[in-house]
Design a protein around this ligand. Sequence first.
Ligand code: NAD
Length: 339
Amino acid sequence: MLKVGINGFGTIGKRVADAVAIQDDMKVTGIVKTRPDYMAFIASRKYKIYVPDSKSKKLFDEAGLKVEGYLDDLIEESEIIVDATPDDVGKENKPKYEAHKIKAIFQGGEDHELTNLSFNAYANYDEARGKDFVRVVSCNTTGLIRTLYPLTQLDNFKVRANLVRRATDPNDHKKGPINSIEPDLKIPSHHGPDVASVMKGLDIQTMAVKVPTTLMHVHFVNVTFKGEVSRERIIDEWQKYKRIVFVSGKDDVKSTGQLMEIARESGRGRSDLYEIVVWKEAVSVKGNELFYYQGIHQESDVVPENIDAIRSMFELKDKEGSIIKTDKSLKIGELAYGR
Ligand code: NAD
């Protein structure tokens, strides 16, 4: 059982912890929390709690919540740390991991340059083999790579994609916008270069707007192939990948609200939807151009990628073996509805 410590127990960290806990080849050594809030009380029923510093320790002592030790102690107890702290905090933590000579995985809020290896299981599983530091790309980038990577089996192509981004996660009461649409004024948005950090050499440009919703992101994607392609061939290719699922507006699945309902009806913990959702009837081909919409559950699509990255870094399984194992454990491809 590989010993995995989780530093940062928010949207991503708590999900990765629970996913690690149900694997039969790894276990959670503990989690790091900064504050004794309700989530710390929930975590304490499942995991050993560690804190980053004495300031946090004092807060936990005052709240009467047991602390096992400091981050350094968790590192000593672990063989790898999954760092799921907020954007740019991972960068501050890296020297600590280096000093302890422990492997670490960072998340998409860190820059590619922190590890020089950005990861997606379908696209570059083998590149993480034996590596000490890997970054799992963000939710949007994971979503784009999931549906673009299979297309590399068909022909060369370029991509122009527009991203409609959720404002923040459902539990967050501080961020917005709550009554505006906020364009990302940097073009391309960071997502395009991020996809190209994994799918090297891909010509991809992205634009993004934030909208007042917390449920999911939606992408409009336009792919221009070198030659003509058929819609059937594209759908056949996507159907080979369990982390992509089709839905149809004809069955009244017309919004992200209904996608979340499908996840709830599927008995998914936290109504997580690890799969990238493509609206089947909207997949359109005009000559050598493909157009499609996809939905991304930002809170969960990177979770299987973290599990596969761990296996690749320790060479526990080959690409196919790890993906099959992860998918089975998380019941990926077993939604109550999908076409
Ligand atoms: P979050 O704010 O929900 O969780 C981060 C947690 O880390 C919080 O509980 C916070 O209190 C804690 N924390 C803060 N400083 C810490 C420290 N020094 N040591 C330990 N814990 C600390 O953030 P998140 O959404 O889970 O994001 C984590 C990472 O995952 C970021 O890089 C983010 O960009 C990336 N990511 C987020 C999403 C998403 O949609 N939420 C999707 C994919 C990737």
